[in-house]
Design a protein around this ligand. Structure first.
Ligand code: ADP
Ligand code: MG
Length: 687
């Protein structure tokens, strides 16, 4: 049960004044459902305004507050703007310029001959000074005193800055004072304000200490949640699975395992031999050979008389894994099945029966393998591929299937820096595949200006003529308003390439139906199609060794990690592979550096660290950028600086007080409720 003192924070945003039916949608869109969300909707930046006595004291481009007296209303003929000419105390003239409907209110707000206090950005228009659409106009100067440093909030359509500011003020007025959850020594050393004060200060000012404190809170909540997962997992009843090696011994792998693969399998075998359930992350770059490690682990479970399940994030990947594993495992004589949401009727019934009676030993699939209707005779191991697609709370659900908790092996190819590994997977032990199978050739990576498109297309023609295949990736920014445009661009590129290469070209994107997508993929994987045009749906897992050329269009729009993943689709066979990063003409300095880094190295872990550095430096106020990390308050720089502290703090607290029963533990509970949406409060509910 949520402590009562938190109730004011959980009041619905709709109950605040000024939230009509119209603002409900945009608030929802911003994730502002409750009072606490609004209190945590921190300004993205502040507008700093300079209060001047006259325009001589101001410079062009500056945000100012100044007293002006309108001398003339000047409507222009036709569609031009409406201008109010106004004089400062020295008689300098400035035009207050309005476009469109705004001019109606301007006439009323700025009567000729009456002095007004005006706030806005001073511009130059020909010989004249002007302010376009002044942001505030007040009769009394006192009203503008608070606008010298004005917060700017992220908005959604239908909301305005003043509306959000009013909601924030109401939310702040409702905040209770909460007991301190941060360790007293730390708060003193860092000179951090208390929680409520930190929120208030952050809305008022660029207050670094307050922002740090709030970021720390979020990181601490994350660390605590992960540690509670770890702790509760440790207390669950699992089963010790010890294989005799009989099945593994029958495998006929066409290669010897790398040292890293052997070491990881050893670590997994050690964990699975324990009665408390394994919670391990296998981190390995694209192509480092995670699949074989998964197979060996699953065979351990089967040798010990249990079943194993492999969960993939998409149908496509599930299907591919199934095919690969079936071939690899054939000599061992185990029974595998594929189960996805698409399987219906008889086939599905058959699989469900096989899982229930144990005749199916290994199942590969999507979420469908964990639905209510699916029961296992004895599920001993769950392998989750491309772990980054699943959140902490989803991970929890997965491991809760059955009375005996299965061992869990998570795999990710997303090379994340060590600090972020802690934040995302802090509850797990980590095995790293830091060694590539032998014989991999470096991928020749080049950055090419889009103007050279015709050459690139001719290059593809020569490439396809040798019988090799190629990918052509177009950006698709998800959750973007321009998603339609992106898709249209991919479709247009497909049409153009198809006009040139005919039936050799297939298109895959996220809005195709699964069977269309699979049909296209199958044509490509079987070699019937030579060129695959795709959006980023091919990012993870796809394995076609004969594809040796990757073209990425508008490469500057992709994150480094994503580019790295995409590039990992080639260089999988024995032939030399090439990656062409097509770039637009206007690149930011960071974008240039990022593309240069891609050219320079193929080491995913290094790319991840550099990426973090490149982005971490350029941040304002530590606000989170576009969902790259799981954090809403803490920015990359803050994560690097504060997460290790939060992690240690959380560990100490849980070691001393795993039940969160001490006064500080109680306070930490409050914190976990504040971030329940992110880090799953089911922990507190004893789930
Ligand atoms: P990922 O870690 O990206 O999932 P995969 O498991 O798909 O990588 O392996 C990539 C390719 O490398 C596969 O074709 C696989 O058969 C091959 N492979 C895996 N381990 C080895 C090894 N030890 N030696 C040579 N090739 C290997
Ligand atoms: Mg893989």
């Amino acid at each position: 049960m949520r402590p009562e003192m938190l109730n004011p924070l959980f009041v619905e945003a709709g109950a605040l004044e000024g939230v009509g039916p119209k603002s409900r949608k945009p608030l929802e869109k911003l994730g502002l459902e409750r009072v606490k969300d609004i209190a945590y909707h921190l300004p993205e930046r502040f507008v700093l305004r300079h209060a001047v006595d006259n325009l001589d004291q101001a410079s062009v481009g500056e945000q100012i507050v100044v007293a002006l007296t309108p001398t003339e209303h000047r409507a222009s003929a036709g569609r031009g703007p409406f201008r109010v000419l106004a004089a400062d105390a020295l008689g300098n003239i400035c035009a207050l310029t309005y476009f469109g409907k705004a001019s109606y209110s301007a006439r009323k707000l700025l009567p000729v001959g009456e002095t007004r206090w005006v706030a806005g950005r001073l511009d130059q228009y020909g010989q004249m000074l002007q302010i376009v659409h002044p942001e505030h106009i007040e009769v009394e100067s006192a009203k503008l005193a608070g606008k010298l440093n004005e917060p700017v909030y992220r908005l959604a359509e239908g909301l305005t800055q003043p509306m959000v500011a009013r909601l924030v003020a109401q939310a702040m007025a409702r905040l209770p004072e909460l007991a301190e959850w941060i360790e007293p020594g730390l708060i003193e050393r860092q000179k951090w304000p208390a929680w409520r004060a930190a929120l208030a200060l952050s809305h008022r000012d660029e207050h670094a200490a307050a922002r740090d404190r709030l970021a720390y809170d979020e990181l601490l909540a994350n660390s605590l949640a992960l540690m509670l997962v770890k702790e509760s997992n440790r207390q669950r009843r699992g089963q010790a699975l010890r294989g005799d090696g009989a099945l593994r011994g029958r495998l006929e792998l066409p290669f010897g395992l790398t040292g890293a693969q052997r070491r990881s399998i050893g670590e997994i075998e050690g964990d699975m031999g324990q009665a408390s359930p394994m919670l391990r992350l296998l981190q390995g770059d694209v192509g480092s050979g995670k699949t074989v490690v998964a197979l060996e682990s699953m065979l351990i479970a089967v040798e010990a008389g249990a079943q194993a399940a492999l969960l993939a994030p998409t149908e496509l990947l599930a299907r591919q894994h199934y095919e690969t594993l079936r071939q690899l495992a054939a000599p061992a004589g185990v029974t595998l099945a594929l189960l996805t949401g698409r399987d219906k009727g008889r086939a599905r019934e058959g699989i469900l029966m096989g899982l229930a009676d144990g005749s199916i030993q290994i199942v590969v699939g999507t979420h469908a393998i964990f639905q209510e209707a699916v029961s296992y005779r004895n599920l001993g191991l769950v392998v989750i591929d491309e772990q980054h697609r699943f959140g902490v709370s989803q991970r929890l659900m997965l491991t809760q299937k059955g009375k005996v908790t299965p061992h869990c092996l998570a795999m990710t190819a997303t090379p994340i820096p060590r600090t972020l590994t802690l934040a995302q997977y802090g509850e797990m032990e980590v095995s790293r595949l830091d060694e590539m199978p032998p014989g991999r050739q470096a991928i020749d990576t080049r950055v090419v200006a889009i103007e050279r498109l015709p050459e690139v297309v001719s290059g593809i023609e020569r490439h396809l003529a040798t019988g090799q295949q190629a990918y052509w990736v177009c950006p698709l920014v998800r959750d973007s308003e321009n998603e339609g445009d992106d898709l249209a661009a991919a479709e247009a590129r497909y049409a153009a390439l198809k006009a040139r290469f005919g039936e050799e070209v297939v298109l895959v994107h996220g809005q195709l139906r699964p069977e269309q997508k699979d049909a296209a993929m199958e044509r490509f994987a079987s070699g019937h199609a030579k060129l695959l045009v795709a959006t980023t749906v091919i990012e993870v897992g796809v394995d076609v060794p004969a594809a040796t050329l990757m073209v990425v269009e508008q490469a500057e729009r992709f994150g480094l990690a994503q580019l790295h993943q995409l590039r990992g689709r080639v260089g999988r066979g024995s032939e030399k592979s090439t990656c062409l990063l097509l770039r637009g003409s206007e690149l930011s300095e960071t974008a240039k550096q990022r593309l240069a880094l891609m050219r320079e190295t193929q080491d995913g872990f290094r790319i991840a660290e550099e990426d973090l550095k490149l982005r971490g430096g350029g941040e304002l106020l530590g606000t989170r950028q576009s969902g790259e990390t799981a954090f809403r308050i803490a920015g990359l720089e803050q994560i690097q600086r504060l997460l290790p502290l939060a992690h240690d703090d959380a560990r100490l607290l849980i070691e001393r007080d795993g039940g969160l029963a001490s006064p500080r533990g109680e306070a930490a509970r409050l914190l976990l409720y504040l971030f329940e949406r992110d880090w799953g409060v089911q922990l507190l509910r004893g789930g």
